[in-house]
Design a binder for this molecule. Structure first.
Ligand code: M6R
Length: 600
């Protein structure tokens, strides 16, 4: 979703802004722009479409040591040059970039700005006009900025420039991510640490409802009422090389291939020298004490949560519910007496999850975040965090983060069993080691998945995925992968459910992928596949050596039954990847999608 970068220092701001925005491209956007401070006021460059178009529009030498930049994912107003950020106040004194959604922007416009001329349809423009409004009433820029922020309802991450003082940029946030990167004689502000790595690896958090005045050698952090805040900086453990594609044509393929290494890394990170699980004692206590776990997540992370429930219930006998966070947020079900809330989020920034986190914390419940981004909002705000150690995931379609989430949940389940003094025969570390080796084998057999994609998905309009038990949860993910990057209408179904309506959509040649790795329902899934084949479907079977039958297109080595989702995920990811490639789609940056969904 929208990305922000601001720079102030001794170098040309343009280069850091463009480089930072390029790093944020993966988050999804539909227009981009930058503003540079010059002695004649801020100079703006904005374009609809990709950063490449913006670079062409800038074309040539532009200078300015202070600047702000933005990639916009449209919420209010269509993607267009006029709606692209930065936005300026009517008299052009102030220039601003904004992420998030201002819920009361119409009201603010009516109450304070009836005489201002607006150049865009965005909610963001109201913010910059308000700063000018308060500045015209005699407030300093710092005061006008904080007063404006205190009026906003909703979410925001904002960076502002003032023509009359190019030696400072102003930053503020509520619910949307924003951090300050501190360099030597230069400082940077961005919505993601990765966008600042060319300048620094040292960061200062901005908390909700705080604002900062940032100069080239100073950061002054305040609450919105003006009270000074002192906060130590922290070093991010992140390697710039992790954000590069290397020899791969796409990040998605690179990230699929990284999965065996990620699983091995997780084993190492969560295992003591003596072979036992290494988890914070307080997490273990929370697991032991809770009477019911509530998993909150969205999209692929929700699908990982479904597997997490199976693991927690089967391995640790701990009752677990999985909820789509955006649903739970407005419709809280009856809760048990002592719930533990587990938030699963690759980015750690998903607004729907955060909404739930903020509420359940107020209700006094314990919270644990499973995330790939330490220092992310959900990680900072939960009582406990478990890191998935997958390294930065850049492709919008989540792959390695998904299998990493399931692996960490497997470890959590085993620890939960131990915490309750249970004698479980499930050895997560040993079984994950086997999974990593099987993943290596699958990654070496990409030609099979490429052939399946060519045979089944090359020019289909729709596609169905069926499975039962754990396979059902995985086919939901298989369908999501295919639809988000190839735009094929794809749906995952419980094998037994397809005939209760959806079978009406089966036509001659409709592809149906049947995942059948669970011995106890293997026969049932195969019968369901026969039902659709009898009506013309073109069925493709994914099984294991234990459940295979002659003619199955993809046969995987057998792993522990509860961990089969970790290996079936790979062929499904690869099929989606090759299907998208054959159809000429932009695999890493699918249309309309954002990597980090920071608005509800
Ligand atoms: O960062 P999160 O894991 O919280 O993101 C949740 C979903 O937005 C995400 O999984 C989305 O479904 C991906 N595009 C899936 O590939």
């Amino acid at each position: 979703m929208c990305g922000i970068v601001g720079y102030i220092g001794h170098k040309q701001a343009k280069d850091t802004l463009i480089k930072g925005l390029e790093v944020l491209e993966y988050r999804g956007y539909d227009s981009a722009g930058i503003a540079l401070a010059t002695k004649n006021g801020a100079k703006l460059y904005k374009e609809k479409g990709r950063i490449a178009s913006l670079k062409e529009a800038i074309n040539g030498d532009v200078s300015g040591m202070t600047g702000i930049g933005h990639t916009r994912w449209a919420t209010h107003g269509k993607p267009s040059k006029a709606n692209a950020h930065p936005h300026q106040s009517q008299n052009k004194r102030f220039t601003l970039v904004h992420n998030g959604v201002v819920d009361n922007y119409q009201q603010l416009k009516r109450d304070y700005l009836p005489d201002k001329h607006f150049a865009s349809d965005t909610d963001s423009e109201v913010i910059v006009q308000l700063v000018e409004y308060f500045s015209e009433k005699g407030k300093s820029t710092d005061e006008a900025f904080r007063q404006t922020l205190s009026l906003l309802h909703g979410s925001y991450a904002i960076v502002l420039m003032d023509n009359e003082n190019a030696d400072a940029i102003y930053a503020g946030k509520n619910k949307s991510p924003l951090l300050i990167g501190t360099g030597s004689g230069e400082n940077v502000v961005a919505s993601d640490t990765m966008a600042m790595l060319t300048v620094t690896k040292e960061f200062i958090e901005i908390h909700d409802e705080e604002a900062a005045v940032v100069t080239n050698d100073d950061v002054q952090l305040k609450k919105l009422d003006g009270t000074l805040v002192h906060r130590e900086s922290f070093q991010a453990e992140i390697d710039e090389a992790d954000t590069e594609k290397g020899t791969y044509s796409h990040f998605m393929l690179k990230e699929i291939d990284e999965q065996p290494a990620v699983i091995r890394n997780i084993i190492q990170e969560y295992q003591n020298k003596d072979g036992n699980i290494k988890l914070e004692k307080d997490i273990r206590t929370a697991l032991e004490e809770t009477d019911r776990i509530y998993i909150m997540a969205a999209g692929t992370s929700y699908h990982a949560g479904l597997i997490g429930k199976e693991l927690l219930e089967k391995v640790a006998k701990k009752p677990t519910e999985v909820h789509i966070a955006s649903e739970f947020l407005y419709d809280e079900p009856m809760l048990s007496e002592n719930p533990l809330f587990v938030f699963i989020s690759q980015s750690g920034e998903t607004a729907d999850c955060r909404g739930v986190l903020v509420r359940v914390k107020k209700q006094g419940y314990r919270t644990l975040t499973v995330t790939n981004v330490p220092g992310s909002t959900l990680s900072r705000e939960a009582d406990f965090t478990l890191h998935t150690h997958a390294g930065p995931e850049i492709a919008v379609a989540s792959t390695k983060a998904y299998t990493a989430q399931m692996s960490v949940l497997a470890i959590l389940a085993m620890d939960c069993a131990h915490a309750q003094g249970m004698n479980s025969d499930f050895d997560a570390m040993k079984e994950l080691g086997l999974v990593a080796s099987v993943m290596d084998t699958i990654c070496d057999q990409k030609d099979i998945m490429e052939q399946v994609a060519r045979d089944y998905m090359a020019d289909t309009r729709n596609c169905f995925f069926i499975g039962r038990s754990l396979d059902y949860h995985v086919v939901l993910e298989g369908a999501l992968k295919l639809k988000e990057i190839s735009y094929v209408q794809a749906e995952g179904f419980a094998g037994g459910e397809l005939k209760h309506g959806t079978i009406a959509l089966i036509e001659e040649g409709t592809p149906v992928v049947a995942v059948t790795t669970q011995p106890h329902v293997n026969r049932n899934t195969r019968s369901n596949a026969q039902e659709v084949m009898a009506r013309g479907a073109n069925a493709c079977f994914i099984s294991t050596e234990e459940t295979r039958e002659e003619g199955d297109q993809i046969v995987l080595p057998t792993v522990h039954r509860l961990l089969t989702p970790l290996i079936t995920a790979l062929p499904l990811q690869l099929i989606a990847y090759y299907a998208a490639m054959h159809r000429g789609c932009d695999v890493d940056k699918p249309r309309n999608l954002a990597k980090s969904v920071t608005v509800e």
